[in-house]
Design a protein around this ligand. Structure first.
Ligand SMILES: Nc1ncnc2c1ncn2[C@@H]1O[C@H](COP(=O)(O)OP(=O)(O)OP(=O)(O)O)[C@@H](O)[C@H]1O
Ligand SMILES: [Mg+2]
Length: 431
C-alpha cells in the first residue's frame, strides 16, 4: 500500500475540491458535536454515524480494546443492534481490526474476498457481505484504545488518501471523546461513593465525640463502642465493594480461573450462611448435578454469597431457599451451566426488576435491611466478565429466582472406573 500518508493531501485544482472542502467542514462540525456528550453509548453511536456520512459508506463500527483481557470487542455499529455485535469475538491475530490495533496504523482492503486478513466470521454471524473496508486506529498519544472501521464504500471505488485522512482525524477526536466519557463515568461513581461513606462516618464521628466526654456511664460506653465497631465493619465492606466495582467497571479486574465443582462451591457457601438463615427459620435446599466449571472460584463465591444473603434478607420468616445447579438445554451455548437461587420472599415488582442491577439501587420496601445496593451490580459484572449472563424472574408475594450461567469445564467430570479396572493405573496420556 503506497498511500499510507495520512497528512492532508495536496489540493489539486479539480472538481473534487469543493467536495473536499465540504467534507472537512463537515468533519470540523462533527468533532465539535462529539465533545458535547459525555454519555458513552450516545457518543459511540454518533461516531459511527459520522464515519459513514463522512466517507460515504454503508456501515461503520467501533471496536474498543478491553484493557484487562486485551480483547477487541464491538461496541457500536451504524446499522446493527449492539447486542448482536458484542457477542462476536474479534481475534487480534487473523483480523484486520486486530492488525490495526496492534500496529497502530490504518489499513484498507479493496476486495475483502481475496484478502485473508478479513475476519469473515463476523459476516457469517450478522449475515452481511463485506466488499471493502477501511480501518483506522483510535489513538490517544501513542496508545491505541480501539479501531474505527468503515465498510462498503457506496460507489465501490478504491479508498483514497483523503478517506484515510478524514477517518484518521475523526478517530483521534473520537478517542479523546471516549476517554472523556469514561473519566466522567468514573467521577460520577466517586460522587456516589462519597455520598454513601457519609452515613457510617457520621455515626462514627458522633460516637467518638460522645466518648471523649468523661462522664459517660459504662453501659452506654460499651453500646457506643459496639456501634463504632459495626460502622467500621460496614465501612470496610463498602470500601472493598467500591474497589471491586471500580476494577470491574474499568476492566482492570483479572480473572484467575481454575476448574472446580459448582455444587461443592454452592454447598460451601450455604455452610457459611446457614446460621444466619437458621435465625429466621429459613430452610436451604441444595440440589442438582455435580457439574464442573472453569471460572474464577473466589469471584463466583462472592456472587453466590450475595445471592444467598439476599435470599435470606429479603425472604419471609420460615421461608425456603432452593439452590440448583443444572445444565442448560442449549448444549452448544458457551456458558452451558446454570445456577438458580430461588427464594420464597416478597418478590420484586416488574418496575423494580429493571433497576436492581444498578449501582446503589435498593427497593424502598426493603430499606429496613442493611445493605449498600452494590451486591447485585458487582455480581452481574463478575458473571459478565466470564462471558456469561445473570438475570432474574420474580412474582410479588411468591418469591424471586436469580440465575446465572457459567462455562462448562472442558474436561468431563471424573467417572468411576469399571470394577475390573479399579486396581489398574490410568494410562498417562503423554506416553
Ligand atoms: N431475593 C430478593 N428478593 C427481593 N428483593 C431483592 C432480592 N435480592 C435483591 N433484592 C432487592 O434488590 C436490591 C439490590 O440488591 P443488592 O444485593 O445489589 O444490594 P443490597 O443487598 O441492598 O446491599 P449489598 O450491597 O450489601 O448487597 C436490594 O436492596 C433489594 O431491594
Ligand atoms: Mg445484597
Amino acid at each position: 500500500m503506497t498511500d499510507r500518508d495520512v497528512s492532508r493531501p495536496n489540493s489539486t485544482p479539480s472538481a473534487d475540491d469543493q467536495h473536499l472542502v465540504a467534507r472537512y467542514e463537515h468533519l470540523l462540525e462533527i468533532t465539535r458535536q462529539l465533545n458535547s456528550t459525555l454519555d458513552l453509548g450516545t457518543l459511540l453511536n454518533r461516531i459511527v454515524r459520522a464515519a459513514t456520512e463522512l466517507v460515504n459508506t454503508e456501515q461503520a463500527s467501533i471496536l474498543l480494546l478491553d484493557p484487562a483481557t486485551g480483547e477487541l470487542r464491538f461496541e457500536a455499529a451504524s446499522n446493527l443492534s449492539g447486542s448482536a455485535m458484542t457477542a462476536i469475538p474479534v481475534p487480534m491475530e487473523g483480523s484486520l481490526a486486530g492488525w490495526v490495533a496492534t500496529h497502530g496504523e490504518p489499513e484498507m482492503v479493496n476486495d475483502a474476498r481475496s484478502d485473508s486478513r478479513w475476519f469473515a466470521n463476523v459476516d457469517k454471524t450478522i449475515k452481511f457481505t463485506t466488499r471493502n473496508l477501511l480501518a483506522v486506529p483510535m489513538k490517544i498519544k501513542n496508545e491505541v484504545i480501539g479501531v474505527l472501521e468503515v465498510i462498503n464504500k457506496n460507489d465501490d471505488e478504491k479508498w483514497t488518501g483523503d478517506d484515510i485522512y478524514t477517518l484518521t482525524t475523526l478517530a483521534s477526536q473520537a478517542a479523546i471523546a471516549v476517554q472523556n466519557a469514561r473519566l466522567f463515568q468514573q467521577s460520577d461513581f466517586i460522587a456516589e461513593i462519597v455520598h454513601e461513606l457519609r452515613t457510617p462516618l457520621a455515626a462514627l464521628r458522633a460516637s467518638t465525640a460522645l466518648l471523649m466526654r468523661a462522664n459517660i456511664p459504662e453501659l452506654r460506653r460499651a453500646e457506643m463502642l459496639r456501634t463504632m465497631h459495626e460502622e467500621t465493619e460496614r465501612l470496610t465492606a463498602m470500601t472493598t465493594d467500591f474497589l471491586d466495582l471500580a476494577r470491574l467497571e474499568s476492566g482492570r479486574a483479572r480473572l484467575e480461573t481454575s476448574e472446580f465443582s459448582v455444587l461443592e462451591l454452592v454447598q460451601e457457601c450455604v455452610g457459611l450462611i446457614r446460621e444466619q438463615a437458621g435465625e429466621r427459620g429459613i430452610e436451604i435446599v441444595v440440589r442438582g448435578e455435580d457439574r464442573r466449571t472453569e471460572a474464577d472460584r473466589t469471584k463466583i463465591k462472592r456472587v453466590l454469597l450475595n445471592l444467598l444473603t439476599n435470599a435470606i434478607k429479603y425472604n419471609r420468616d420460615q421461608g425456603t431457599i432452593y439452590c440448583t445447579v443444572d445444565r442448560r438445554d442449549d448444549l452448544t451455548a458457551p456458558c452451558g451451566l446454570v445456577v438458580l437461587i430461588q427464594d420464597t420472599g416478597h418478590g420484586i415488582s416488574p418496575e423494580n426488576q429493571k433497576h436492581v442491577f444498578e449501582k446503589f439501587y435498593r427497593v424502598a420496601a426493603t430499606a429496613s435491611q442493611t445493605g449498600t445496593g452494590l451486591g447485585l451490580s458487582i455480581a452481574r459484572r463478575i458473571i459478565e466478565a466470564h462471558g456469561c449472563e445473570m438475570g432474574l424472574t420474580s412474582e410479588l408475594n411468591v418469591g424471586t429466582t436469580f440465575y446465572f450461567t457459567l462455562p462448562i469445564a472442558h474436561a468431563q467430570p471424573r467417572r468411576e472406573p469399571p470394577a475390573s479396572a479399579v486396581f489398574s493405573r490410568p494410562k498417562d496420556p503423554s506416553q
